[in-house]
Design a protein around this ligand. Structure first.
Ligand SMILES: Nc1ncnc2c1ncn2[C@@H]1O[C@H](COP(=O)(O)OP(=O)(O)OP(=O)(O)O)[C@@H](O)[C@H]1O
Ligand SMILES: [Mg+2]
Length: 267
């Protein structure tokens, strides 16, 4: 039987009830927030530096990773009431919450998780490492280096986080088409490259999973307000993302071979 993928048909929406703690190491000022379902989440705020596009990348790349079989913490929409931060002594946090009123994106918080660290002896399976290298080259995610792995070990399993810098073409749409068929030199610095002995097989598997239906389905989750601009409507943008990613998939052998060579150079 061919492998089929059933996608979560929608993302849940929760209400933020308490700002618990800023995650100081995060450049985009993410924070641990409690919600009305008694869950703790790591919130990626719309009002932070890169704005809504970082949330689009987090959602789209995160759900593609999940479809490819990589474990990503559950993603939810979270409604933020700026009243939450009204009494925070930190002006930066008050400002961030005010600028993020309304819908934001959050990941399930993994308590007690640790960052993957090869220097501490952490290792990965060939299957996961190979798919991770392929996926990060596909979505052009540079944030998976030994210095900043964005991979959490939790219950002995690898969890993929922080895709906000992926899909960087969306910061400059006029130059996007050229980037769809480009190499991805950053593969050589991928933290899981040493274990990625099956990149070709990962690519074959990925080609069977990433269909235009999957991409359309994922883009349909993204709120209009995060996509629309003076240049394009939300619907035009959804089509443009699907077209871009379809072109990149068609040209995947370019970055796939490059990643295989980068792995061979390590030996
Ligand atoms: N779901 C989670 N569960 C537990 N801890 C998390 C989770 N998500 C993020 N963290 C912690 O918060 C830190 C910052 O999160 P993240 O990397 O997503 O933010 P960022 O602002 O994009 O960071 P940076 O730009 O510094 O890489 C992570 O390095 C990790 O230690
Ligand atoms: Mg990070």
């Amino acid at each position: 039987m061919p492998e089929t993928h059933t996608l979560t048909l929608m993302l849940r929406t929760v209400q933020a009830t308490r700002y618990v703690l800023p995650l100081r190491e995060g450049g985009s000022l993410p924070a641990i927030v409690e919600a009305d379902d008694q869950g703790l989440y790591v919130v990626k705020f719309r009002g932070a530096g890169q704005g809504a596009l970082a949330l689009v990348a987090e959602l789209v790349a995160g759900e593609i990773a999940r479809a490819l079989g990589l474990t990503v913490p559950e993603l939810v929409f979270i409604e933020v009431d700026p009243i939450l931060g009204r009494n925070d002594p930190d002006a930066e946090i008050r400002y961030l919450l005010k600028a993020s009123a309304g819908l934001n994106l959050a990941l399930d918080y993994l308590p007690g998780s640790m960052m993957f660290d090869p220097a501490a002896g952490n290792t990965a399976s060939a299957e996961i490492a190979s798919m991770a290298v392929w996926f990060d080259a596909f979505v052009q995610n540079v944030d998976r280096t030994a210095r900043n792995a964005n991979l959490l070990l939790w219950h002995r399993k690898l969890h993929f986080i922080d895709h906000g810098a992926a899909l960087f073409f969306h910061h400059n749409w006029p130059t996007a088409p050229a980037k769809a068929e480009s190499l991805f030199a950053e593969s050589q610095h991928h933290v899981l490259l040493p274990w990625a002995t099956e990149i070709g097989a990962a690519g074959t598997k990925a080609r069977g999973i990433i269909t235009s239906e999957l991409l359309q389905n994922i883009l349909s989750f993204v709120p209009d307000a995060w996509l629309e601009s003076e240049e394009a409507t939300a619907s035009e943008r959804r089509t443009a993302y699907v077209e871009y990613l379809t072109r990149r998939l068609q040209a995947a052998s370019i970055f796939e071979e490059e990643a295989i060579h980068a792995h061979q150079r390590l030996l």
